[in-house]
Design a protein around this ligand. Structure first.
Ligand SMILES: *[C@@H]1O[C@H](CO)[C@@H](O)[C@H](O)[C@H]1NC(C)=O
Ligand SMILES: *[C@@H]1O[C@H](CO)[C@@H](O)[C@H](O)[C@H]1NC(C)=O
Length: 426
């Protein structure tokens, strides 16, 4: 009787929340309909704190996509583990966009805007056709950055552009249009060409003219590389999610580090510093663009993970995306002038700046240790009871086992000795 009552209550609650939020609650019957149409599904677990934090955003996403053919849903993996297994879920929440037989795991930031842009990109073909002049104005006002191919949809440049667009579809907007329409909005001297529109400016793919005389493989390489490095705005906000994409540019990442509070506000003196960096790079785009990608970090934790130490804010770090080494200026960043910033970047480029970190074996171990410690700390903050059960019990057993194995040696082999000499003195 009581179980029945609770079941009714739960069903009612589910009904209410579903109605209020337009998010469909899925069960294992989802496996029968997964190939039908387009789905955006959050795989969650009721105990996961990140899932709870994503819930209100998810409701907004569902509301925004209500009149489209993308169905927004969620699935409780603790109740339907078979579905979770089918989709190879190994972390919560996992967001997957499902289109027919294709599945795309979302790796971006869990903000409404980013998720909606992702759906907008993934739900259509990789390259979308623009046929009306006013559409270009709309694109310019709604996207800070997009790529557009101008010319007939055939030939080597088109084929390679299309292939690159397919690859970068999760990360960028790609369009195609004709010459007449394009000339109303962009400076066109020859076709076919590819343009990147970026923050009210536009830039041509430098090898568009020569493409027909080049080796197709080389055209593919160059356009792929060009799109890879041009797909970032001049001074984007850098998060744990997009930093991996930015590392793929193989440029130096120059990141201004400030601290945002929960309302995304930054203290005045930190803001001043960030603006100074931004002004310098916008003014000197030509000088720095080929070698440096700039950005700013609002969460100092990210910077801590990179330098593996506490870093006061505001600060500036430069990461070599090939070697993962980093540089920080020697002077106090608050006293930094534009001139000092130029000199610092120059020393990075000439490779005379002091190098920290990197990707060597020892650094990797230390980084893993640092990250593990940090996630344990976060987990503890989120759910102390669960953390102690998860780690306390096995650790207890482990120490018992280790003790019983090694207790004879423990007494005569002090730990520090071993660490320093890296060889065991028997
Ligand atoms: C084009 O270049 C990219 C990047 O180097 C590569 O991954 C892809 O396989 C190439 N495609 C063709 C058809 O060669
Ligand atoms: C990173 O370091 C390597 C090795 O020192 C160097 O060759 C490269 O130019 C540096 N910069 C970038 C952006 O990769």
């Amino acid at each position: 009787m009581r179980a029945w009552f609770i079941a009714v209550l739960l069903a009612l609650a589910a009904l209410c929340s579903a109605k209020a939020s337009r998010v469909l609650e899925l069960s294992d019957r989802f496996l029968d309909v997964r190939h039908e149409g387009q789905w955006l599904v959050m795989f969650y677990a009721p105990w996961c704190a990140y899932c709870k934090r994503t819930e209100p955003i998810w409701a907004h996403v569902a509301q925004a996509l209500h009149n489209t053919n993308v169905r927004v849903a969620r699935l409780d993996c603790t109740r339907f583990p078979s579905v979770a297994q089918e989709f190879k879920i190994n972390g919560y929440p996992t967001i997957i966009f499902i289109k027919g037989n294709d599945e795309f795991v979302y790796n971006g930031d869990r903000s409404k805007e980013d998720i909606l842009n992702y759906v907008l990109r993934m739900s259509g073909p990789p390259v979308q056709l623009v046929t009306r002049p006013e559409s270009v104005d709309m694109l310019k006002s709604s996207h800070a950055l997009f790529f557009i191919y101008v010319g007939p949809e055939s030939g080597i440049l088109w084929d390679t552009y299309y292939a690159a667009a397919e690859h970068f579809q999760p990360h960028g907007f790609f369009y195609v249009t004709g010459v007449e329409l394009a000339s109303q909005h962009f400076e066109i001297n020859h076709t076919p060409t590819v343009i990147v529109y970026k923050e009210e400016n536009h830039y041509h793919f430098p090898y568009a003219k020569a493409a027909n005389e080049m080796d197709p493989l080389q055209v593919n390489e160059t356009i792929y590389h060009w799109i890879n490095v041009e797909r970032f705005t001049t001074f984007p906000k850098v998060t744990r999610n997009n930093i991996h994409q930015m590392m793929k540019t193989k440029k130096w990442l120059v990141l201004a580090v400030v601290e945002e509070n929960k309302l995304n506000e930054v203290a005045a003196h930190e803001l001043e510093f960030r603006d100074m960096v931004e002004r310098v790079i916008r003014k000197n785009r030509k000088k720095y663009h080929d070698r440096f990608q700039f950005g700013w970090i609002g969460d100092p934790d990210i910077a801590h993970s990179i330098v593996m130490d506490a870093l006061p804010t505001p600060h500036i770090i430069v990461i070599n995306s090939t070697t993962q080494e980093h540089h920080i200026p020697e002077d106090d960043p608050l006293q930094m002038t534009p001139q000092a910033l130029h000199l610092f970047l120059e020393s990075v480029h000439k490779q005379t700046a002091t190098i920290y970190g990197g990707n060597s074996y020892l650094v990797r171990i230390y980084r893993a240790y640092f990250e593990a410690k940090k996630s344990l700390k976060d987990m503890w903050r989120g759910n102390p009871v669960l953390t102690s059960v998860l780690f306390g019990l096995p650790l207890g057993f482990l120490s018992l086992i280790l003790y019983s194995i090694f207790c004879g040696d423990c007494l005569d082999a002090p730990e520090e000795d071993e660490d320093e000499s890296h060889e065991k003195k028997e």
